[in-house]
Design a protein around this ligand. Structure first.
Ligand SMILES: Nc1ncnc2c1ncn2[C@@H]1O[C@H](COP(=O)(O)OP(=O)(O)OP(=O)(O)O)[C@@H](O)[C@H]1O
Ligand SMILES: [Mg+2]
Length: 328
């Protein structure tokens, strides 16, 4: 049976560092030509997973297939993957174009062809005009694009990005996000992007793989993971959800699906703990019976019609259909 090209598949992949199990028998089929974000808290095994795919770390157990080929034991350059690290690690003494062309030089490609190909890559990331500069003459965002061009020049089937935006300021981060997404669509290859930013994952990913404690806790289309988190960990980590223990079990409900009303009208009475202005919305954190915290996200216009303050007694309501039962 022919597998579709560019499929990336992890089969029961484990990584041990001595006694530490950093990645515990994870299996995942990355959708071909899609943008996947590996999301999870610090230390959950994201970078280890990525480094095993790239070949920068050996696999303790299991195997990795790319386009149907077992790449588990191949050296990094033979895998058809390219990795972009968090610190872009550009060569400080080489010009932009020579940084981009570096891997071709290592392969013995002649100067003319190197320059041509590097030029194409620089065009792709919109940096042609800066090709003769040195890295320290570039902004953070520009350096990041050089690093991208340098990774892409090897024509990988999968591009692996480890927290590629974390060094950028918030404004640039959002701009580069758009750029990455555009590039992925344009090139049609798989991007696997590690992040611990929920908003980054939601903005970029076709698919989100949520990791926790060395395992995959949930994987699926970004919207599905957000709309229907399966566990309390995922509900809390993805953000925008409350986890509530009711007599019959644990549930999640989105913060924007909790409505605030007067103490008389609410289904539950609550005490306002904190009010946070967020521009378009106001977040009201309140405590209900059993000392449980519930956050309601209210449109700012609605809030200022009936403003609340810490210490106020309020009522909360929600549509029961919006409660989602959690499995753990
Ligand atoms: N070279 C190593 N030797 C020993 N333990 C390691 C090594 N690299 C990682 N670990 C451990 O493996 C676990 C997973 O690390 P990993 O770097 O994959 O996490 P991560 O999800 O990328 O975290 P972060 O978000 O902080 O980058 C951690 O407990 C870490 O301490
Ligand atoms: Mg990491």
């Amino acid at each position: 049976m022919n597998k579709p090209v560019l499929d990336l598949e992890l089969i029961s992949v484990t990584k041990r560092y001595g006694p530490t199990v950093a990645v515990d028998a994870i299996s995942h089929h990355f959708k071909p030509s899609s943008y996947t974000c590996l999301l999870g808290p610090s230390g959950c095994g994201k970078s280890s997973t990525l480094r095993m795919i790239a070949g920068h770390e050996s696999i303790s157990e299991g195997s990795i297939l790319l386009a149907g080929r077992d790449i588990s034991r191949l050296p990094p350059a033979k895998r058809g993957t390219a990795m972009m690290f968090q610190s872009y690690a550009l060569f400080p003494h080489l010009s932009v174009v020579d940084n981009v062309a570096f891997s071709l030089k290592m392969k013995g490609v002649d100067l003319k062809e190197r320059r041509t190909k590097a030029g194409e890559m620089l065009e792709l990331v919109d940096l042609s005009v800066l090709s003769d500069r040195l890295p320290d003459q570039l902004s953070g965002g520009q350096q990041q694009r050089v690093a991208l061009a340098r990774a892409l020049i090897t024509r990988p089937q999968a591009l692996l990005l480890d927290e590629p935006l974390s060094a950028l300021d918030p404004f640039l981060r959002v701009r580069m996000r758009t750029e990455l997404k555009r590039l992925q669509k344009e090139l049609g290859i798989s991007f696997v992007h590690v992040t611990h930013g929920q908003d980054e994952a939601l903005a970029l990913a076709d698919e989100i793989v949520v990791m926790n404690n060395a395992v995959i806790e949930q994987a699926g289309p970004a919207r599905e993971v957000f709309k229907a988190p399966k566990t309390s960990f995922v509900a809390q980590f993805i953000g925008g959800h409350n986890v509530i223990a009711l007599p019959e079990g644990r549930y999640s409900i989105r913060t924007d699906e909790v409505a605030v009303t007067t103490a008389e009208k609410g289904t539950l009475s609550a005490n306002v703990m904190a009010v946070e202005y967020q521009g378009t919305h106001v977040s009201i954190m309140a405590k209900i019976a059993g000392d449980q915290e519930v956050t309601a996200l209210v449109a700012e216009g609605d809030f200022f019609e009936h403003p609340q303050n810490p210490g106020d007694q309020i009522g909360l309501t929600w549509d029961k259909n919006n409660l989602h039962k959690l499995t753990a």
